[in-house]
Design a protein around this ligand. Structure first.
Ligand code: AIR
Length: 409
């Protein structure tokens, strides 16, 4: 990363950095917000920014990236390219990120001349499961029992009680990548070898009742707001369905999850949108009781797939919140106005999903990301179903799933 840190940053100032950027709203000065990464999350950020009159710039090496294609400016260089970073900084007042594996050093380099949120330090913690779990511990939020495996000695010292478990690479894993289920010491040893002996954590497999997540947005002034708690169903390690209805997550647990997510953001001094994922444990199981029923799984320093429903079911979406936090605009607690179910549209449904039939159903909102190539497990779009009551939303969502060939839930 030395290349990046050598980046020279002699940039013209864009306004007074101590003034809230929101002051520029509605003025005749062009204000550009930047995003590192040009995938679907960047694209939805760009759409939200445009709606509020901002100009946008995307840095993504892919000249056909979903966000780059809809943005005013697209810098198509590597994330660590000093010239690319300089170009981005030059045209932007403030810069955010849309995937957690963006090199933290690139964010740090941008931050020498521009507002960058979330900051490199917070992103670096979220990029590394070991640091992430330490942070959760410091916040007093329990996670699944685990062991760090960075050496053969640590592998040998793993407690039997952690098996069966899931071996996860400390870095660079998402959508189920870099994870192996292991049920014996032998399987653990060969899984670690197969992962090339990189730093890992072994997490104890827990009896889950359900999975949920909370999206919080925190401003530079410490104001913190959250979306309602989402219930998530994963298939093959990839989010398949998100359900946000009053019944989806028991209220007492939902309140605890929100409090934990806010504590995690606040103690990080986080600025931006953060998603925290939780496991709700089987309340009948001894381990579930011992751990108090709720454990934190992981966090993402950005908007999250499980928050996409907020575009259609809330008065302020997770991308609106991202724009507001980045631009120093006020945050208000979002209100969900419709129960919602979101279905992910993976590349498996291509080449010819019957979207016209789905759009004939009431309350369906189709979002396609404009990706050139569909492949198995690739997120190509999502469908949100809203309606007046949860039972009707569910019935419509099941109809849509059947029309698209998505397994019922
Ligand atoms: N993303 C980021 N972390 C997890 C996910 N799913 C989003 C970001 C990123 C895009 O997925 O928007 O840019 C990458 O998608 P793909 O299909 O090109 O791998």
């Amino acid at each position: 990363m030395s290349e990046v840190s050598q980046m020279s940053v002699a940039l013209p100032p864009q306004g007074d950095p101590s003034a809230p950027h929101g002051l520029a709203l509605g003025s005749d000065t062009e204000v550009t917000l930047g995003v590192m990464g040009g995938g679907q999350l960047g694209r939805m950020f760009v759409h939200a920014a445009h709606r509020m009159g901002f100009f946008t710039a995307v840095l993504d090496p892919d000249p056909k990236s979903p966000a780059g294609r809809v943005s005013h400016h697209h810098v198509a260089t590597a994330y660590t390219d000093p010239e690319g970073l300089q170009q981005l900084a030059q045209c932007c007042l403030a810069i955010t990120t849309e995937f957690e594996n963006v090199p933290a050093a690139a964010l740090a380099a941008l931050a020498t001349s521009r507002t960058v949120s979330p900051g490199a330090a917070a992103v670096a913690i979220a990029q590394d499961r070991i640091q992430e779990k330490n942070h959760f511990g410091q916040c007093g939020v329990p996670c699944a029992p685990y062991a760090v495996i960075e050496s053969a000695e640590q592998l040998a010292a793993v407690a039997d009680d952690l098996l069966p478990g899931i071996l996860k690479t400390a870095r660079m894993g998402y959508d189920g990548k870099g994870q192996v289920r292991v049920s014996s010491r032998e399987a653990l040893a060969s899984a670690w070898t197969a992962l090339q002996g990189v730093p890992c954590v072994l997490e104890k497999m827990l009896p889950l009742q359900l999975e949920c997540s909370v999206i919080v947005a925190r401003g530079a002034d410490g104001t913190c707001v959250n979306l309602p708690v989402q219930r998530n169903l994963h298939r093959d390690g990839i989010l398949a369905v998100t359900e946000v209805t009053p019944e989806a997550v028991p209220q007492a647990l939902a309140e605890r999850a929100v409090a934990a997510a806010r504590a995690i953001a606040t103690q990080l001094q986080y600025v931006g949108v953060l998603c925290v994922e939780f496991f709700v444990l089987d309340p009948e199981s001894p381990v579930g009781q011992a751990l108090g029923g709720l454990v934190v799984n992981e966090m993402a320093p950005r908007p999250h797939n499980s928050g996409h429903y907020s575009l259609d079911a809330c008065d302020v979406s997770q991308f609106d919140l991202q724009v507001r936090t980045l631009a120093g605009l006020p945050l208000t607690q979002p209100r969900q106005h419709s129960p919602a179910i979101m279905l992910n549209l993976l590349g498996d449904l291509w080449p010819a999903p019957n979207f016209a039939a789905v759009l004939a159903l009431p309350g369906t909102h189709l979002h396609l990301y404009g990706k050139a190539q569909a492949s198995k497990g690739r997120k190509m779009g999502h469908l949100t179903i809203t309606g007046a009551d949860p039972a009707q939303v569910r019935a419509t969502a099941l109809q849509a799933a059947a029309l698209l060939g998505i397994t019922p839930f």
